[in-house]
Design a protein around this ligand. Structure first.
Ligand SMILES: [Zn+2]
Ligand SMILES: [Zn+2]
Length: 475
């Protein structure tokens, strides 16, 4: 009965375990099916980010804020990048990426074009939850070129929940060219993106008339632009055709097949100062879209606080820096517990300023204080607090004390060895004694046997011997 019960229990145990295993495995296999895409590679430093270039179709996730410090070479990207709420700071780009693509102007004329930004080219990509802080994209002496902080070119991609803060400057020497906050040229889906940008376009092309584009989110292209906020400070010196907008410079399909055409729930603040040194005038500049050549199907609920500042003096290149010979004063603001540190550069002549060299927020860690010291039995605890805000910034255990205990324990070990040795010795002595007694018993019996008649002796003797043996063993 007992056996039957335990067998039943055993079987039901197996069944329960099996069900549990199935239960656990099912969601796993479902998840595996959902994640038929490649897994996410984690990125925690600038080298890891640059390594995207060697596998641009993979998926990535940031695990830290990253200082991009030195010159960044724009890379193409066709995967997914989850910024995971992290910040890439001090991006500095002075050159275009290697990848060229064809761009078109409003008349569908084609240009072999170069691109600059964190990414040169985004194609079927998805970038989300990423912030770029203190970025500077500075491009000169290039032909047809688009530059922006996130990407120069974008095709059929999603940019979601991304913020950029910084400057994009271009000295243009080609025809089709533009600067923007998020993306230079292309099409895509841009939602909940923010751009706080200083954009400067200085047209140096004199062989003909350039097609110039500038926009807080996109300088030239088409797509869905929704819930995006722009704070723009734009300066454009153009000797061709100017297309400037707070959100998008020129909204046009440019030959791209993108059906979702919407600009909604966006906020456009700031100003664009520009001149268009051209008798065949267009002079597009407005708060949302400079020129809406392909009209958006939805254009609503956008709010603006924007100044269109057209300038008629073409002799002076427009710039936020007003001095002929600027004189800058640098002030380093260190980070504190919650705010970033940075270096401010301010012109003594005109008060124009910009900031760079950001450093992440940092607590001012005080000395470690012992909460409870360790002893020979227990670990202790120590804590560290910020001198400024008093926040707990560190907590560590203090290891168990060793000195006396470690001295004693070898002694103990040797003592126990001695005890074991004594025990073993006693054991051996007992065995030897027992053996001796058995031996002497047999000897006595043998002596007896020799003094008795043969037949009786053999019986009695053996019995005696057995008795002795059993007596001894019973002991
Ligand atoms: Zn100045
Ligand atoms: Zn603090």
């Amino acid at each position: 009965m007992k056996h039957v019960l335990s067998a039943k229990r055993f079987l039901s145990g197996i069944t329960a375990a099996g069900l549990l295993a199935l239960f656990c495995l099912c969601p796993l296999s479902a998840a595996a099916d959902n994640e038929s895409e490649s897994p996410y590679t984690e990125i925690s430093d600038a080298a890891g980010l640059a390594a995207i270039a060697s596998a641009p179709e993979s998926n990535y996730r940031l695990t830290k804020d990253i200082d991009l410090g030195s010159d960044w070479k724009p890379i193409p990207f066709r995967g997914k990048l989850d910024g995971n709420g992290h910040i890439l700071y001090n991006l500095h780009v002075t050159d275009v990426g290697q990848d060229k693509r064809v761009t078109r102007d409003g008349n569908m004329k084609e240009y072999d074009t170069e691109f600059a930004g964190l990414f040169s080219v985004l194609e079927n990509a998805e970038v989300s939850n990423l912030t770029l802080k203190g970025a500077f994209v500075d491009i000169a002496e290039r032909s047809h070129c688009f530059a922006a902080i996130l990407a120069g070119y974008c095709d059929n991609s999603v940019v979601n929940g991304c913020s950029v803060e910084g400057r994009v400057h271009m000295k243009n020497s080609g025809v089709n060219a533009g600067v923007a906050g998020i993306v230079g040229y292309g099409n895509g889906f841009f939602e909940e993106c923010n751009a706080e940008v200083e954009l400067i376009f200085d047209d140096r092309y004199r062989e003909g008339k350039c097609e110039q584009f500038l926009g807080g989110i996109l300088s030239c292209g088409i797509g869905k632009i929704k819930k995006c906020n722009v704070q723009i400070n734009g300066y454009v010196s153009c000797h061709g055709y100017a297309h400037n907008g707070g959100i998008v410079g020129m909204y046009h399909h440019c030959g791209m097949d993108y059906t979702v055409r919407e600009i909604s729930y966006c906020v456009s603040k700031g100003q664009i100062s520009f001149f268009e040194d051209n008798d065949d005038r267009r002079a597009y500049c407005s708060s949302i879209g400079g020129e809406l050549l392909t009209p958006p199907k939805k254009l609503f609920r956008n709010r603006v606080s924007f100044k269109r500042n057209e300038v008629w003096d073409y002799s002076k290149i427009l710039s936020p820096e007003e001095c002929e010979q600027p004189d800058y004063e640098e002030t380093v603001t260190p980070p504190d517990c919650t705010d970033w540190g940075y270096t401010a550069h301010k012109c003594r002549g005109c008060d124009y300023s910009w900031t760079d060299t950001y450093t992440p927020p940092q607590h001012d860690n005080g000395e470690w204080t012992i909460v409870s010291d360790s002893d020979y039995e227990r670990e202790g605890l120590k804590r560290q607090y910020c001198n400024r805000c008093g926040k707990l910034t560190g907590e560590e255990t203090i290891p168990i004390k060793k000195n006396n205990k470690t001295d004693i324990s070898p002694q103990k070990k040797s003592n126990s060895k001695i005890i074991w040795a004594i025990a073993a010795g006693v054991g051996i002595l007992l065995i030897v004694e027992t053996g001796a007694m058995v031996y002497s018993g047999r000897k006595k019996a043998l002596a007896k046997e020799q003094n008795q008649p043969e037949t009786a002796a053999s019986e009695g003797n053996s019995a005696n011997a057995d008795n002795v043996k059993s007596d001894e063993t019973d002991k």
